[in-house]
Design a binder for this molecule. Structure first.
Ligand SMILES: NC(=O)c1ccc[n+]([C@@H]2O[C@H](COP(=O)([O-])OP(=O)(O)OC[C@H]3O[C@@H](n4cnc5c(N)ncnc54)[C@H](O)[C@@H]3O)[C@@H](O)[C@H]2O)c1
Length: 344
């Protein structure tokens, strides 16, 4: 029997990459997206052409509509990629952020609970649930922040500390997803992602920084660096992420707590200044930059410890940052015309 995947926010960056990956595994895929991110219409229209894809515009806040579609489609797996994604927007529009991230996710959980569905749910959470990590002793050199030598990444025992409306809304959803597994026995998997990057990503200044910086470089736009540019993240290529989701889908184990940190790990950690160096070496030209004040609630450094994922699903990232950045650079170059429609 053909397996069925329902993706909320399925026309976004991660959602459409999941769709393409699971289509290759012969899944039937349902894309549900409100297209609040304007560029998602490109992925939406491309996916629509595939006979194994059903597309529907809609919002996760609309309980009845979502419930009817899920009950009719009968998915084996739901991946929740929908939501408000930027810290900056959450500060300007906290209610919109809360409703999209909390109510949207809560609706999916309630649909599963009230209809007694055993469907697996993968929920896309974030490392922002750990806040600004201001109690860590953080050092710096001229290119990046770093922690002591023995540091092997932040694991799931790191204290939760919700900063910014985005941190609160993602944090609340994160906790609901974990608790619905604990209290109601739902089959939920909560993935606290670091920065994900890769093709089909239409980065903007507020979100998707790897793609945004590359786009600026390619289009000769001046790059704004908020803060000193030494902020570090462990970047994970979206192809590695979709492979993890497939492993989760195949996994039979139920004796797990269902929440995981997920990123590129130490080896794929990179600062903004280091990324700019890599971009300049690909472009074989200097890019122009200007420094701006630090943004609120911007972690100085986050690097995931992926050990729990390795132990539970035998998963680790494979694509190294140099290869991944090169690939994304080429993808943006090839798709420059699409970007023109959505960027001034
Ligand atoms: N990309 C990253 O680096 C990253 C890192 C950590 C967490 N995340 C989380 O992963 C998820 C997906 O991120 P992404 O990078 O693919 O973002 P994205 O903006 O490309 O995709 C989100 C999609 O959801 C849609 N959407 C938004 N609110 C919706 C709603 N209420 N109902 C239906 N559709 C809605 C948007 O139109 C968009 O197509 C988000 O929850 C985000 O917080 C992403």
């Amino acid at each position: 029997m053909q397996k069925r995947l329902f993706i909320t926010g399925g026309a976004g960056f991660i959602g459409s990459n999941c769709a393409n990956f699971f289509l290759k595994k012969n899944f039937k895929v349902f894309i549900y997206d409100n297209i609040i991110r304007k560029s998602s219409i490109i992925n939406f229209n491309n996916l629509k052409k595939n006979k194994n894809v059903i597309t529907q515009k809609g919002d996760t806040k609309n309980y009845k509509k979502l419930e009817n579609l899920i009950l009719k489609f009968k998915p084996d797996l739901i991946i929740n990629c929908a939501g408000q994604v930027a810290v900056t927007t959450s500060i300007i529009k906290p209610r919109e952020d809360m409703e999209s991230n909390v109510i949207g996710t809560f609706n999916i959980l309630e649909i599963l609970r009230l209809n007694n569905l055993k469907t697996k749910l993968i929920h896309l959470s974030t490392n922002k649930v750990y806040g600004d990590l201001e109690n860590e002793k953080i050092y710096q050199n001229n290119k990046r922040y770093y922690l002591k030598k023995s540091f092997s990444g932040f694991d799931e025992k790191t204290n939760l500390n919700f900063h910014s409306p985005y941190g609160c809304s993602k944090g609340a959803a994160d906790q609901y997803v974990i608790d619905y597994r604990r209290i109601y026995g739902l089959n939920t998997y909560n993935i606290r992602q670091s920065c994900i990057y890769g093709p089909l990503q239409y980065g903007i200044e507020d979100q998707g920084w790897v793609a945004w910086l590359i786009l600026c470089a390619i289009t000769d736009k001046k790059i704004n660096i908020f803060g000193n540019g030494k902020q570090v993240r462990d970047i994970l290529h979206v192809e590695d992420l979709t492979k993890l989701f497939y492993k989760i889908f195949l996994s039979k184990s139920r004796k797990i707590d269902g929440y995981y940190n997920c990123g590129g790990g130490l080896k794929n950690s990179i600062s903004i200044l280091e990324l700019i160096d890599i971009i300049q070496s690909i472009k074989k030209n200097k890019v122009s930059i200007q420094f701006r004040p630090k943004r609120k609630s911007d972690q100085k450094i986050f690097i995931s410890n992926n050990k729990k994922l390795l132990k539970t699903f035998n998963w680790k990232p494979n694509i190294n940052k140099f290869d991944g950045i090169n690939r994304l650079y080429n993808w943006i170059l090839e798709n420059k015309k699409n970007f023109k429609k959505f960027y001034k």
